[in-house]
Design a protein around this ligand. Structure first.
Ligand code: ZN
Length: 302
């Protein structure tokens, strides 16, 4: 098993986008800086989508401008179409994140594309990123189940991953957008996709809607995923996935991996402090368990 796993901080995008309370540009930048201070080296800083559909992301360009260059930190912009890719490239982001969707009904509701169309659009976004000298990755949403279509055929996800891998992404992610996956399913799908796209890395993205998120992370790591998305505090949802709860919390994943001997490069105390700060900004209790319980107890001084 791998002794080092990269965590991608998705709190500034996936964490915030489903929150009804609009967060200021300044607080979004502060959240990104908290993540960097805690050791995050790849951060999804915004999504470039229609602000009428996702009002929380209306200031994407302003966030990137206020953040500025981040030495040694890759700033990712999530995009669903060519228009979003143009915006993300224009404001100077380092990496584009495209989204292909494993089911037709969810694809049509989320981004107005069938599953096959979403693969084609992702391919055009990858080409745009490459043409602009940026890296790009693709996430396969609803890989473990669809809110409208139910079961998703794993063979379809593997075929999508194999097709997308030919288009030049730096990695392919499997996303449990609505938090229905369980560890046995995660093990099987991560293993199959890994075999289909090697040596390209597999990233995973879990929501803890049914309390299986953290177990799914471990199953994915054991099955060979090398990158894990997480969000400080465990905020998050999906505006187009009914009932979707938060992402797995960065501090919970960092604890799980560190205590298991897997290096992440993250500072747990700083993550917990960032989670408490974010709870204050959002005026709510974070879903994160570590923010409540703290890390492993330190021995009392004699
Ligand atoms: Zn998500």
């Amino acid at each position: 098993m791998q002794r080092r796993i990269e965590l991608v901080e998705v709190g500034p995008r996936d964490g915030l986008q489903n929150e009804a309370k609009l967060v200021s540009t300044e607080d979004k930048v502060a959240l990104i800086r908290h993540a960097i201070a805690a050791g995050a080296r790849r951060i999804e800083v915004a999504s470039f989508v229609n602000p009428r559909r996702v009002p929380q992301m209306a200031d994407a360009e302003a966030v990137v401008a206020a953040l500025g260059e981040t030495q040694g930190v890759t700033r990712i912009g999530l995009v669903l179409n060519e228009r979003g890719a143009e915006r993300a490239i224009a404001c100077g982001l380092d990496q584009l994140g495209a989204v292909a969707i494993a089911s037709d009904p969810f694809g049509i509701r989320n981004q107005g594309q069938t599953s096959a169309e979403s693969v084609e659009v992702a391919g055009r976004i990858l080409a745009m990123a490459q043409g602009a000298g940026r890296s790009a990755q693709v996430t396969i949403a609803a890989s473990f189940g669809c809110p409208f279509g139910g079961e998703v055929d794993p063979a379809h996800v593997v075929a999508m991953a194999a097709r997308l891998a030919e288009l030049g992404p730096c990695e392919i992610a499997l996303a449990d957008t609505i938090g229905v996956g369980v560890p046995a399913q995660v093990s099987a799908l991560v293993s199959a996709v890994r075999a289909a796209i090697a040596p390209l890395p597999v990233r995973v993205h879990f929501h803890n809607t049914r309390n299986t998120g953290i177990a799914n992370v471990w199953a994915a790591v054991e099955a060979g995923a090398s990158v894990v998305d997480a969000s400080i505090g465990g905020l998050g949802g999906c505006p187009f996935a009914p009932g979707a709860a938060g992402n797995v919390a960065t501090e919970d994943v960092a604890y799980l991996l560190a205590r298991s001997g897997v290096e992440t490069g993250l500072d747990l105390d700083r993550l917990i402090a960032a989670s408490h700060w974010l709870g204050g900004v959002m005026d709510k209790t974070m879903p994160s368990m570590l923010a409540k319980a703290g890390g492993f107890p330190k021995a009392e001084q004699e």
